[in-house]
Design a protein around this ligand. Structure first.
Ligand code: NOJ
Length: 600
């Protein structure tokens, strides 16, 4: 595997280098006005909870004006708050209060596509083919069903939408005739922008400045590997899966030579190994990096402490590392770690590969186990094969062993929080919430469910509104609202009751208290800025993951037999259910458990 030829430099020590970032999916976090939908008021009300949890920053998934065809990842106005979530003043108040409490705030930026209800797309529809309005998007004439017939009845190429179905939709022209087609890598209601168009670049730069001027600390960049498409939009026979960038086709080395669409930057490495074969013409094109160099310059105008984190489902780790070169973004999500599952060998490999790749470009690693697009790790780890990555779970699918899944999830989180770098937590994982695996089809909202005719269950199961108070309607989703709240926008499973935050607060052994303790430990021992050394007892092939970070030894038992605790160490924190008083009697780490050990 070739390494990118980029200069290594000293790891940076900005706030984000070792930050623990808590992801808020605004629809489902907390409902401040009792309408059944989470909102910015709800976030404001819960800032004390987040401060107490011990995280450093929050990342908010989109709360912008949007018809909500994809939970807000279909933006109709990048500078407005959707009335569902409040108003700009609510955002400002929330931001100010977060900063007062020492929490940084990262917002989501969705630059690959807009909503079809964005003014630009509306203008494009009422303008003729070839107009400047259409050029902001990717409009093309169709191919003829019968060559030469001029009917344009076939889509311009064979690309499939990541959400299922075709990636092209045909429009009706002003005169009522069947017209051009537009590209949408996601839903029909999410037309792709044309990043060859200067106006698009200028607009997104201006959107960055709009939020930077309001004081945000960073951006999570949606589909960061997707904006630039290969010249000529050639057919592609690969299969892009729901998780963007992953492919169901076999992996083979790419043909030698420049990657298609590569620009002439001398620094750009050749693509020696392609994870997706044939290489995708719409993901991870080398041209995207110029955009990030440009944005890096914009952020620099605001000082050195603003950051961007790439959502880029790119492999191998060396390709991902290109997004976090010194003059591009500051972080990229490490989905290799998320996809390793409950498996010591795969996890150790992901850790090694990620650390090596990040080190090569002088960037800190990130670690994540769950987010709003994936089945919660507490549920994945309770399946017969805890390394599988289902696209949602429905009532007639295999149901998880919830207790086993939770035990493993707690242990995996302890591993994550002890690794050097920055960690991302997804709302509700600190309560040990499982995926909702029996949501009725009628309640589903994720476009992937509809576009695949139910073949993919979709992501609703990890987006269920949080339980704050067991005895209140909607398990206290609208706890701070004085009045009778509407039912939460997705039904909550009965299992959420005992897991509500008020049930776990102050309860020894609860998942919430474990997260608080692990975060306190991580911060007190500076594990985020430490470094990893595999321990002598590390034995991933028999299920034991063991590493040192600073003066801490971490053991995680993913095997089938208890693992002895090395002489001279005692347990400082355990993911297991035994009370603190019993830790000093522990001589072994049980299966499905992780411990932080310190020298006696
Ligand atoms: C990635 C986001 O995380 C996901 O929720 C969204 O559906 C797609 N990008 C499209 O914006």
């Amino acid at each position: 595997m070739s390494k990118p030829s980029v200069p290594a430099s000293a790891p940076t020590r900005e706030w984000w280098a070792d930050a623990v970032v808590y992801q808020i999916y605004p629809r489902s976090f907390a409902d401040g006005n009792g309408d059944g939908m989470g909102d910015l008021r709800g976030v404001l009300d819960r800032l004390p909870y987040l401060e107490r949890l011990g995280v450093d920053a929050i990342w908010l998934s989109p709360f912008y004006k949007s018809p909500q065809a994809d939970g807000g990842y279909d933006v109709a106005d990048y500078r407005q708050v959707d009335p569902l979530f409040g108003a700009l003043e609510d955002f400002d108040a929330m931001l100010q209060e977060a900063h007062r409490r020492g929490l940084k705030v990262i917002v989501d930026l969705v630059p690959n596509h807009t909503s079809d209800e964005h003014d630009w797309f509306r203008a494009a529809l009422s303008a003729p083919p070839g107009s400047p309005e259409r050029d902001r998007y990717i409009f093309r004439p169709g191919q003829d069903e019968v060559p030469g017939s001029g009917d344009g009845n076939r889509a311009p190429n064979n690309w499939k939408s990541i959400f299922g179905g075709a990636a092209w939709t045909r429009v009706t022209e002003a005169d009522g005739s069947a017209g051009e087609w537009y590209l949408h890598l996601f839903d029909t209601k999410q037309p792709d922008l044309n990043w060859e168009n200067q106006e698009v670049r200028d607009e997104m730069r201006s959107v960055l400045r709009f939020w930077l001027d309001r004081g945000v600390d960073g951006f999570r960049v949606d589909v960061a590997h997707g904006m630039v498409k290969e010249q000529g939009l050639p057919d592609w026979d690969g299969v892009a899966a729901m998780v963007e960038g992953t492919s169901e086709v076999p992996r083979e080395p790419a043909p030698p030579g420049d990657a298609p669409g590569a620009h002439t930057d001398a620094e750009e490495p050749h693509r020696a190994v392609s994870p997706v074969y044939p290489p995708s013409p719409f993901f991870d094109q080398d041209g995207v990096h110029e955009i990030y160099r440009d944005w890096h310059r914009v952020l620099s105008e605001y000082g050195s402490d603003r950051m961007m984190v790439a959502e880029a489902w790119v492999e191998p780790a060396e390709r991902l590392a290109l997004y976090v070169r010194q003059d591009e973004m500051q972080q990229a999500f490490n989905f290799d770690f998320l996809m390793a599952g409950w498996d010591a060998e795969r996890m150790a490999e992901a850790v090694d590969a990620s650390l090596k790749a990040a080190e090569g470009v002088g960037a800190p690693c990130t670690w994540v186990l769950s987010n709003h697009d994936t089945v919660r790790h507490s549920t994945r780890f309770g399946l017969t094969d805890p390394t599988t990555f289902p696209k949602g779970i429905a009532g007639d699918d295999e149901q998880p062993d919830t207790a086993l899944g939770l035990a493993r999830a707690r242990a995996a989180t302890m591993v994550e929080l002890a690794l050097p770098g920055s960690a991302y937590l997804y709302q509700g994982e600190e309560l040990g919430l499982p995926e909702h695996t029996t949501l009725p089809a009628g309640a589903r909202q994720d476009p992937t469910f509809f576009r695949t005719q139910g073949a993919e269950t979709g992501r609703d199961g990890c987006r269920v509104p949080l339980p704050w108070a067991a005895d209140k309607p909607g398990y206290g989703f609208a706890d701070s609202f004085q009045g009778e709240p509407a039912a939460p926008w997705l039904p909550q499973p009965a299992e959420f009751g005992p897991l509500a935050a008020d049930q776990q607060d102050g309860e020894e052994g609860s998942t919430l208290e474990l997260y608080r303790a692990a975060l306190t430990f991580r911060s007190a021992r500076h594990l985020g800025t430490g470094s990893l050394a595999w321990a002598e007892v590390n034995a991933p092939d028999s299920g034991l993951l063991a590493f040192h970070n600073r003066d801490v030894l971490v053991l995680a038992n993913m095997g089938f037999a208890s693992a002895p605790i090395p002489e001279g160490y005692s347990v400082a924190l355990s993911s297991g259910p035994e009370p603190v008083a019993e830790w000093e009697l522990m001589h072994e780490v049980p299966v499905d458990c992780a411990v932080y050990l310190v020298r006696n």
